[in-house]
Design a protein around this ligand. Structure first.
Ligand SMILES: Cc1cc2nc3c(=O)[nH]c(=O)nc-3n(C[C@H](O)[C@H](O)[C@H](O)COP(=O)(O)OP(=O)(O)OC[C@H]3O[C@@H](n4cnc5c(N)ncnc54)[C@H](O)[C@@H]3O)c2cc1C
Length: 466
């Protein structure tokens, strides 16, 4: 007689094969342990319970695990720190979740070539600190940088607070070592800054959310450490005025290292949590930073100031010193958690061409009013990337239906403005039905052809992205 707690025959075979072929590898099989890997930060999605959770320590482990999964036709979910906001690392019922926290070594910091070679489980902040100690800078800077892993950043092509100047994760990757769905290990490049040999597989794999290959090592681009930042806050009487300032800065050719926006609801939530004395009467706030050397930073902030004044800013405040600037930055990073103190939050991730930021902000306001949903909007306005956070009373039974309706309207508005349904969090499982709406049937055919060619058995993170 079997009980509900017995593993399915497929899971029993999977666990048996892993134990036999990779004895000693950390493997979670108890349901209570596997539960911790059901969800990522999209806790409101309905995800499956992994059949087993495994922690490889070498590329060879990953190869063997992929071969076992292929033989048994068990899907694999690669997972970093589980901070994803599109369900990409969330569980699939009965699948093998492969967690990279035990592959967390910085293998090399090469000063001469300005590169770092790392394993996927390295935490973003750990890498930043290690290279900073050598006078170097790793640019990709998601707000979750103290929690998220490089493997996850590569999986999602993570953005963050300084993309406006340094680009998304993809711009800082020179090469990957990946394990393909048949267990083959390939390198997509090297330490070369210039390399156009063949198709750019690096660019293809970054952002593919574990659906095309599994990353086991990355060669990342470093930069000389920029000078300490000058930081300024600008407050506006309307969201549109803030949006106009963003568009004005882009038109003036400014590329400040940070150009972040918060609406009034978010300003209050952040101020309640951090007690910073922000102007709560303002409809919107921009945080603008320059990391240019010497007087160029002052000059850049003065030009940003002019753009803000021209757009109708009511006040401008400079951080008094590096400590104060750091507090402000940390407060911005915590905007999502500040809103989470007020209820159940669903974070969205639309992006539009920079000049259309005012239009998108106007659309978000109208959508919030139409659906009678509280929306706190913040985000990387300098990239045109906004995070409308839907905030519901805890346990609100209408939350799920309203989320779907609001999402639809937000995505439609972003697409109508020439934008995208996701700027940095990924399609994952959260936005799958919108990919074809955005890209069209022919682009979907091309994407499916790539997926089928690289993963004919469909074992790599199925049901995500396409
Ligand atoms: C408060 C908060 C703030 C955030 N701010 C930002 C932000 O500013 N910018 C931003 O872009 N994101 C942000 N995020 C989202 C999230 O942190 C990023 O998407 C991050 O890149 C996920 O990293 P992770 O290690 O948690 O990956 P996971 O969530 O574990 O995985 C993410 C994806 O990568 C895949 N993956 C993981 N490891 C591998 C691997 N070794 N090989 C192949 N695929 C792999 C997974 O299958 C999954 O599809 C934020 C999240 C939170 C909670």
């Amino acid at each position: 007689m079997t009980t509900a707690r017995d593993p399915s025959p497929a899971t029993a075979a999977l666990v048996g094969a892993i134990r036999a072929r990779l004895p000693g590898l950390r493997l979670l099989t108890e349901a209570i342990d596997r539960e911790g890997y059901r969800l990522d930060e999209t806790a409101y999605l309905h995800a499956g319970l992994p059949g087993a959770v495994v922690f490889p320590t070498t590329t060879a482990d990953v190869v063997e695990l992929v071969k076992i999964a292929a033989e048994l036709r068990v899907p694999i979910v690669p997972r970093g720190a589980g901070t994803g906001l599109s369900g990409g690392g969330a569980g699939i019922e009965g699948a093998l979740t492969m967690v990279f926290t035990a592959m967390d070594r910085i293998l090399e910091i090469d000063r001469e070539n300005l590169v770092a070679v790392v394993q996927p489980g390295v935490i973003n902040a750990t890498l930043k600190a290690a290279v900073a100690a050598e006078g170097l800078f790793y640019a990709p800077d998601p707000a979750s940088y103290e929690l998220c892993s490089i493997g996850g950043n590569l999986g999602t092509n993570a953005g963050g607070l300084c993309c406006v100047k340094y680009g998304q994760t993809r711009e800082s990757v020179l090469s990957l070592e990946v394990v393909m769905a048949d267990g083959a290990v390939i390198r997509t490049g090297g330490k070369n800054v210039k390399d156009v040999a063949g198709y750019s597989l690096t660019h293809l794999f970054v952002g593919s959310q574990g659906t095309l290959a599994i990353t086991t090592e990355a060669t990342l681009r470093l930069r000389p450490a920029p000078p300490p930042r000058l930081t300024m806050l600008a407050f506006f009487p309307t969201l549109e005025a803030a949006g106009a300032a963003v568009a004005g800065m882009a038109a003036a050719g400014l590329a400040p290292v940070t150009l972040e926006l918060m609406d009034q609801f978010t300003i209050a939530a952040v101020d309640d949590m951090n007690d910073l004395g922000l102007d709560r009467t303002a409809a919107a706030m921009l945080m603008i930073e320059s990391d240019m050397p010497g007087t160029a930073a002052t000059d850049e902030l003065e030009r940003a100031e002019s753009a803000c004044m021209a757009a109708g800013a009511t006040s401008l405040v400079r951080a008094a010193d590096a400590q104060e600037a750091d507090w402000l930055r940390q407060a911005r990073r915590a905007a999502h958690y500040a809103l989470e103190r007020l209820g159940d939050v669903r974070m969205e991730d639309v992006a539009v061409p920079r000049a259309r930021v005012p239009d998108m902000l106007r659309a978000i306001e109208a959508i919030a009013a139409r659906h009678e949903v509280r929306i706190g909007t913040f985000g990387h306005a300098g990239d045109g990337n906004l995070h409308p956070d839907l905030v519901f009373e805890r346990g609100d039974p209408t939350a799920e239906a309203k989320t779907e309706a609001v999402k639809s309207d937000l995505y439609r508005a972003a697409l109508d403005l020439g934008g995208t349904v996701t700027g940095e969090h990924g399609i994952g499982s959260a936005r799958r039905e919108w990919l074809e709406v955005q890209r069209g049937a022919d682009a979907m055919r091309v994407m499916r052809a790539i997926k089928t060619a690289l993963d004919p058995l469909g074992i790599l993170n199925p049901g995500r992205v396409i």
